[in-house]
Design a protein around this ligand. Structure first.
Ligand code: ZN
Ligand code: ZN
Length: 410
């Protein structure tokens, strides 16, 4: 891939993604295998005026080895120094930039119970950091870069070299980072969300009924005073940023107590190195009543059963089929990309910003207002090219605003 274009991609992450400000502390997390690109991000962050850019180098293979060979008790605790590290960074107002290139299969064969316990202990220990990032008190942004194992998973018929080249093309195109001026392209992209968000916020539907030919037929109640979001975020100081690049979705908060019907996933879900495939769930009064999967059902159970909120909805997101990623018709085995190709739901924690005044509420108040709380937030795809969505108002009137995979306003 052309070095100049990669530098533009790194700048896009720094300037549009995290929107790094002068004098700011920046934390870059990046795989050791991807050090060249990580260094470009560091350079770009200093160019943007960062006072210090710290690198958190990751290695999936080392994590895998620890899951396989570590003593059993280590998965029940999370080191205090790592909690303190996050606190020091958050206290200094850090912005977090994440470069992700994980092999979707890296944790395959790892004991599911170790994964569940490790997720639980780390999420519990880092709750405050999650509150700050999910509540947009701290800015953060995630982009993806290819790795050989991931590229071969997506394009198994190509040689490793050709698969990597093609992945770069797809990731840059999907992230709208393949043009002459990606930063300007993202400004234009941001404006395109307004019509959809404004329409849905004005309607303020009581519920959505969603159907697909795969068998999804579900009515999802929306929390009273829910807010539709999309096209980036703004932090508490009014500084805009894009948490996810790409982003094509508009999304809001379901009422945690109101979802009834059946949801059939339209894509496999890669969760902690396991591919959950051929799965569906049935909801009653907002809670998963039954579920099944053709492959890795225990990984799905790990999400649903992690706590009370794991089996309830925290997000409903709508994506138009004609998005650049939707048009690629490619399974990436990666939520950042797949969730922007298809309408999706999330099990677990809801975003406080999807409720008016949501981030001023205590956890108890948020739950009472219909917001879901959990240690997890896991998106799964259920959108199809034939999907239909009806908005239902408080009197039961239906508005068919999304037809055959596209938004229609009238
Ligand atoms: Zn989403
Ligand atoms: Zn989500």
């Amino acid at each position: 891939m052309d070095k100049k274009q990669l530098e533009k991609y790194a700048q896009l992450l720094v300037r549009s993604g995290g929107n790094v400000q002068k004098g700011q502390l920046v934390i870059v997390s990046c795989a050791v295998d991807d050090a060249c690109f990580g260094r470009m991000v560091q350079e770009a962050a200093y160019d943007a005026g960062a006072c210090e850019v710290r690198m958190d180098w990751l290695d999936d293979q080392c994590s895998r080895t620890t899951y396989l060979r570590g003593a059993d008790e280590i998965f029940d605790s999370f080191p205090q120094w790592r909690v303190d590290k996050l606190k020091e960074q958050d206290d200094r107002g850090a912005v977090y930039l994440h470069v992700r290139s994980s092999d979707p299969d890296v944790l395959a064969g790892v004991d599911a119970d170790r994964l569940r316990r490790s997720t639980k202990s780390s999420r519990e220990a880092t709750k405050e950091h999650t509150r700050l990032t999910m509540g947009s008190f701290r800015r953060w942004s995630i982009i993806a870069t290819p790795s050989p194992a991931w590229a071969k998973k997506v394009f198994p018929d190509l040689s490793e070299e050709n698969a990597m080249e093609k992945m770069w093309q797809y990731l840059l195109k999907g992230a709208r980072a393949d043009g002459e001026n990606p930063i300007a392209d993202w400004e234009t992209h941001k404006k395109s969300f307004d019509e959809r968000v404004n329409f849905l916020n004005k309607k303020s539907f009581d519920a959505l009924r969603i159907t697909t030919k795969l068998g999804t037929d579900i009515t999802i109640g929306l929390a009273k005073n829910h807010v539709w979001e999309g096209g980036g975020d703004t932090d508490k100081d009014g500084i805009p940023f894009f948490p996810n690049m790409p982003t094509e979705e508009i999304f809001t908060m379901p009422d945690r107590m109101r979802a009834d019907g059946r949801v059939v996933a339209s894509m496999p879900l890669s969760y902690q190195g396991n591919l959950i495939d051929g799965f569906e769930m049935t909801f009653k009064d907002g809670k998963v009543e039954s579920f099944r999967a053709d492959a890795n059902e225990s990984a799905l159970a790990n999400i649903i059963e992690i706590d009370e909120g794991g089996g309830r909805l925290g997000e409903v997101a709508i994506v138009s089929n004609s998005s650049p990623i939707g048009k690629m018709n490619t399974l990436f085995y990666n939520t950042l990309f797949d969730e922007n190709a298809s309408s999706h739901l999330a099990l677990g924690k809801a975003y406080p910003k999807n409720l008016k005044g949501g981030d001023e509420l205590s956890t108890e108040e948020f739950i009472a207002a219909g917001g879901n709380d959990s240690l997890v937030h896991v998106d799964f795809m259920f959108g199809t090219p034939d999907m239909n969505i009806f908005g239902i108002d408080e009197n039961g009137n239906e508005t068919h605003f999304y037809q055959s995979g596209e938004f229609v306003f009238n």
